[in-house]
Write a protein that binds this ligand. Sequence first.
Ligand code: NAD
Length: 429
Amino acid sequence: MGLVKPYNIFEAAQKQFDRIADLVSLEPAMREFLRIPQREFQFSLPVYLDTGETRIFRGYKVQFNDALGPTKGGIRFHPQETMDTIRALGMWMTWKCAVTRLPLGGSSSGVAVDTHNLTPKEQERLCRSFVRQTAYNSGPEWDVMGPDIMTGPQHMLWMLDEYEVIHGRKSPGFITGKPVGLSGSKGRKEAPGYGVMIAVREALKEMGIDILNTTASVQGFGTVGRYAVQLYTQMGGKVICISCLNHTDHIAYAFRKKDGIDFEQIAAITDQFGEIDKERAQEIGCECLPGDAWIEQNVDILIPAAMENQIRLDNVEKISKQVKILAEAANGPTDPDVDPILNQRGIKVIPDILANAGGVVCSYFEQVQSNMNYYWSKDEVLGKLDAHLTSAYFDVSAFAHKNNLPLRDAVYMVAIDRVARACQDRGWV
Ligand code: NAD
């Protein structure tokens, strides 16, 4: 029996790119230039533990393409972090900034670490150590990080502080996702999840479906999942299932309540890692099912908001016939091999680089505010976010209709074309 090749997220991202490059007959040198990162870094991060021991973590940074402007990307802490994950995220971020017309390139950063096992002081030392390795290869005019999996406002603030100490000046535009009141933007924490539901709202309007008659099932209840659920329920939709990872049991559970999960109730029993308390969820009337049950619910909208590679050839058939929209809140949740099946079934896929772009759009707003040291009201931020994302959605949806393309192909074509033109106009390729 032959060995099964493990899933490689960067190969999946390149496969998506290659398919579109074929469709638009991208010139060979441009194709070669755009399918690999412009720059990448790997480094060791020694961290003193509170016990007096030292542990060495591995850090990664990829500046994928900066033709459109300074690169922007999340920093994630994850035990299974690899250079290839960071390469894929950097590539997707490049397309994400292009499709939303931000004057930014794409990057990504990460550390292979499980922060559940580190005290706050140890996490602070890790954040500072990361910045010490990258402070001369990043900055407001070069490469700007923001939060991603297992990183939040406090991590961003420690990193900013270290950067400012190293450079001897205040540079609040160095990083985004900072605490509000300490050069963070109002609305930033809500933005990625709200952005998902702004795209869903527009898709439902196009399909002539009233949001009040819809139901959804969500995988993941962290930064993105939580606020997607909040806005969706505010708009009148009903979430009937949410799954998350349980760190004590090391497995995922799905919590289902067929008559709808109350957002405030479930948020109140969820920790900072997006883990819902299993016992208390049952007390508020949720059934506790195996983690993968989120995908097989009879709902109209599926929202993967956890990890990559969650919808695959081995589970796509579990998706209910009722599902009309798959909104990719996470980065890379769908194996590219599954796309033809979803298209054939008539499921509208709102691709990650559009669906979860609310995070980077609001990060851009935060950069602008930080660089001016002038901060906007929450209504102003969220109003601008809505206008910006709605217009990005209209752009690509019109292109998709005109050319009779699935939304994913349209989004990729528009994004790759914009980046390729910028590389050409700069005289690079
Ligand atoms: P997070 O760490 O805040 O939350 C992750 C959630 O997923 C948690 O609820 C966790 O329990 C759950 N989870 C993890 N593995 C799971 C599994 N196997 N089954 C079920 N649930 C599982 O992360 P986040 O910031 O919300 O990011 C989620 C996704 O969205 C990632 O793909 C990330 O790259 C992407 N994203 C994040 C942002 C951002 O600003 N945070 C922006 C755009 C995209």
